[in-house]
Every structure is written in structure tokens, then in C-alpha cells.
Design a protein around this ligand. Structure first.
Ligand code: SF4
Length: 478
């Protein structure tokens, strides 16, 4: 039996359509949030949830911003310090914030998903993490281990096998390991020296400790990377056999991310070489049996993500793809973004401002967005396309009570170019993204992004000189 490939690489189309665009971990995207939305609006959204007798499970996110050393490619919100006392201070505030949220959600605080991201979550010591997990359990009602997804991002340079067993005992059942590339020259060029043996020891420990899913992050397009180094890294990863692989495109945007200025542009692979690497990754991973989930993600066919996708239950939030659809997301820590009852709210981005609001007895929300009916509709459409690569126009029309073809007439017209390129089909009331179009799913979703459309119209109305000085805000779609 021949099976349809989950994704197909077409160099001409990819080169033609690669442009800068959002990653749609949220819709509207975070750059649309404003300071018109604050703490009071968040409380109002929560009151609406209580009024409706909110019984949706929660997803909890905790952000730990500290890292020991700087990776030059980094685009995350982090603080590089070796001063561990900073972590102790931060931990105190994080506990205060989670306790406040726990109180607000009293009676509707069942947690089915927990994710620690950063920065480096394992910057906290073993004892600090144990204390924090116990604290969270006092303020939230966690689903049992076999029902909940409890994950943590791990920098293998910061842990030993013993620590991995500790994390499992503390309640984590999924890990995501930062690998990026195994080549020594590439590691040197990005200031992230991480021997292969060290990473494998951590991965093996995670298996021994019975973590349910092990994910690794790779990046293509880094300085000093070649087809040869990529080939070798892929071979090692395939032997290591993680359940999931996230393959990120390195976006060199030194005007936005200062650490990237330390990367010498002459060391970066050319655009065509980068596309060659992407094609190589896709071919090696799919031949090795991985399913393309979407965006940058691959998974073993038996992994929960792949199963959820086959069953149409896949969801996407700020942490990427997820199997738990109907949750409100409560995010704690500096710069973290919550998504509760049709609103987004982001915390203060600097430690000082974050601490000051908590000292004043308030949640440290600085900005956000309340979704209107149009946002909710478009979020639904973008989510479905990102997760399932198809959309039943009739079911949207029915479920959201809008005549799809009339409401989205300009969008359907714009999709005509994608139909002509064989990236999507529009038949029998179904919009389907073809295997060739899947790598360009961001481009397809951008068609439905009203805020982006408005921003483009505004830019088009600007004098050329002013438009040229507008910063490029998004990474390239491929
Ligand atoms: S890439 Fe990760 S570990 Fe490296 S500096 Fe950024 S947040 Fe820290």
C-alpha cells in the first residue's frame, strides 16, 4: 500500500512564496495587543467564566527567564546571569503570582496541561523546583499523571541523569531537549557547546525515568551549517529516535535580537543552501517514519500529537501544538501570555516592572486583547488550518452562524493564486491544503488575518520612504 506523503517540498514554490509572516501561536498575534487591556479586563473575563460555570480544564505555563550563557541565535525573552540569587527572588514572586491565579480560579482550577519554558527552566535548582511544584499542587487541582501533559524544556548542559529522574518524580511526564546541531564548529559559532554524549545521556535518562514523550529541537540555517553537517546531525537524531522533533528555521534578525549581532553573516548558509537543508531534513525524517504535523513539527505516528491530528483533535497555543483543545491558558512569569475566555493578556516584560505590580498586590498584566466576534471566527479558521490542513466551510458557516463564502469572499478570491499553484484545493465546500502547500501553511493563514491585511493597507498608503523604514517584525514563513 502506498501512503500519501504528509508533506512535499517544492523548491520553486517555496522560493516564490517565502515572505515574512506570523507563526500564529495566537490569533490575533501578540503584536496587536494594546495597553488598553489591563488587569481589570482580565478580571472581567474571569468573571464571565465563573458566570458560565466554567468547567474547562486549565493549561498552566510558567516562564523562567534565566540562562547561564548566551546562545547567539537566541530570540527568546531571557536574562543571562550566573547570579543564582536572582532565581530565588524570582521564584518568590512566581509563587505569589501562581497563588493569586489559583485563588481566582478556585472551583475551576483543574489543570490538565503544564509547561515550563524559558530561558532555562532548570536554572531553578532541584530543591527550588520541588518546592514550586508542591506549591502549584496546593493552588491547583492537577489531573493524574496518565491524563495530564506535564512538560518542561531542558537545556541538556544544565542537568545530569539524576536531575532527570528527579523531574519525573516531581510530576513532569514530557521533556523537550534543546539540541540545535551536533556539529562542533556550528556549536562554536553559536556559542553553545553541547557534546553529543552529554545530550544522549540526558535522553537515555529520560527514557529510563519513563517520560512519556521526548522531543528535541533542531535548527537549520545556523552559521557554519552545511549539507554535510546537517546530514550527520540528522543521522544521529534518527538513531536517538525521539518521539517528536521540532525543526526551526533560524531567522537572522539582528535589528530585533541583539545577540544575533555576534553571528558573522558570512558564516550563514545562502538561501538556496538553506532550502536544500530543509529538503534534506524533510526527506530524512519522513523516510525514517516521522509524520509532518505542521509548521516545524514532526512526530512518530504513534505519538499523541500524530494521533490527535488523525482524529482532528489537534490544537495550537503559545507553546506550539497541543492535544488538549478546550483549555484556558494561565501563564505566569515575566512576559508570559495568558489566553482566558476570549482574551489574551501579557505580563510585564522586565523583572522590575513585574515585581512592582506584584508588590502592589496586582497581577502583573501590562497589555492584551479582547477578541471580538470576527477575531473568534478567524482564530477558529486559522487554528483548523494550522492543525488539520483542511476546513469544512459548511461546518464553519453552521457553527459560527456566518455565510462563509460571502463573509470571506475577498479571502477566497485571494486563495485563487494558491489554487493555481497547487497549494490548496477548494472543492465541495472543503478548503484543503495539499502536501505541497503544507510547508507554506503560514502563507495560507495570512490570507485570513484581518489585522495583517489592515496593516498592509496602511503601509501601502504610506509614502515609500516611510514604509521602507518600518521594521520587519516577523520571521520568514520558510
Ligand atoms: S537559546 Fe535558550 S538557552 Fe540559549 S540563551 Fe536563548 S533561552 Fe537561553
Amino acid at each position: 500500500m502506498t501512503t500519501m506523503p504528509s508533506v512535499q517540498f517544492d523548491a520553486d514554490i517555496v522560493s516564490k512564496l517565502s515572505m515574512s509572516g506570523p507563526r500564529y501561536t495566537s490569533y490575533p498575534t501578540a503584536d496587536r495587543f494594546t495597553t488598553d487591556f489591563g488587569y481589570g479586563d482580565y478580571l472581567e473575563a474571569l468573571a464571565g467564566l465563573t458566570y458560565r460555570g466554567g468547567r474547562r480544564p486549565l493549561s498552566l505555563y510558567l516562564h523562567v527567564p534565566f540562562c547561564d550563557r548566551l546562545c547567539y541565535y537566541c530570540a527568546c525573552n531571557k536574562i543571562i546571569t550566573k547570579d543564582r540569587s536572582k532565581a530565588a527572588t524570582y521564584l518568590g514572586y512566581l509563587k505569589q503570582e501562581t497563588a493569586m491565579q489559583g485563588k481566582l480560579f478556585a472551583g475551576m482550577n483543574r489543570v490538565e496541561q503544564l509547561h515550563f519554558g524559558g530561558g532555562t527552566p532548570t536554572y531553578f535548582s532541584d530543591a527550588q523546583m520541588a518546592g514550586l511544584m508542591a506549591h502549584l499542587r496546593r493552588h491547583f487541582d492537577f489531573a493524574p499523571d496518565d491524563e495530564g501533559e506535564y512538560s518542561i524544556e531542558i537545556d541538556p548542559r544544565t542537568v545530569d541523569p539524576q536531575r532527570i529522574h528527579s523531574l519525573r518524580a516531581q510530576g513532569f511526564n514530557r521533556v523537550s531537549l534543546g539540541v540545535q546541531d551536533f556539529d562542533a564548529d556550528v556549536q562554536k559559532a553559536v556559542n553553545r557547546i553541547q557534546p553529543y554524549e552529554e545530550t544522549m545521556a540526558v535522553m537515555n535518562a529520560a527514557r529510563d525515568a519513563a517520560f512519556r514523550s521526548i522531543s528535541v529541537d533542531l535548527i537549520y540555517g545556523l552559521p557554519k551549517q552545511t549539507m554535510q553537517t546537517m546530514e550527520e546531525t540528522l543521522s544521529k537524531i534518527i538513531v536517538a529516535n525521539p518521539d517528536r522533533i521540532a525543526l526551526y528555521n533560524y531567522a537572522h534578525m539582528p535589528h530585533l535580537f541583539k545577540p544575533q549581532r555576534r553571528i558573522s553573516e558570512s558564516d550563514l548558509p545562502a538561501a538556496t543552501a538553506k532550502l536544500g537543508m530543509l529538503a534534506l531534513c524533510i526527506s530524512r525524517l519522513t523516510v525514517a517514519g516521522y509524520v509532518y504535523i505542521g509548521m516545524d513539527h514532526f512526530a512518530r505516528p504513534e505519538d499523541d500529537l500524530a494521533v490527535a491530528q488523525r482524529q482532528g483533535r489537534l490544537h495550537r497555543n503559545f507553546q506550539g501544538y497541543s492535544t488538549h483543545a478546550e483549555t484556558d491558558l494561565v501563564a505566569c512569569g515575566v512576559s508570559a501570555i495568558s489566553a482566558v475566555n476570549g482574551t489574551y493578556s501579557q505580563n510585564e516584560k522586565t523583572l522590575d516592572a513585574y515585581y512592582a505590580k506584584l508588590d502592589a498586590g496586582k497581577l502583573p498584566i501590562v497589555r492584551g486583547h479582547r477578541l471580538d466576534n470576527d477575531d473568534l471566527l478567524r482564530r477558529f479558521v486559522i487554528q483548523r488550518l494550522m492543525c488539520n490542513f483542511e476546513l469544512s466551510l459548511a461546518s464553519v458557516a453552521q457553527g459560527m452562524a456566518v455565510p462563509f463564502k460571502e463573509y470571506f469572499a475577498p479571502e477566497l478570491k485571494e486563495l485563487g493564486a494558491f489554487v493555481a499553484d497547487g497549494l490548496v484545493t477548494l472543492e465541495d465546500d472543503w478548503l484543503t491544503v495539499t502536501p505541497k502547500g503544507r510547508l507554506l501553511i503560514r502563507n495560507v493563514c495570512m490570507v485570513f488575518d484581518r489585522h495583517l491585511r489592515q496593516a498592509r493597507l496602511q503601509a501601502a498608503a504610506m509614502p515609500a520612504a516611510a514604509a521602507a523604514t518600518q521594521p520587519l517584525r516577523y520571521s520568514r514563513t520558510i
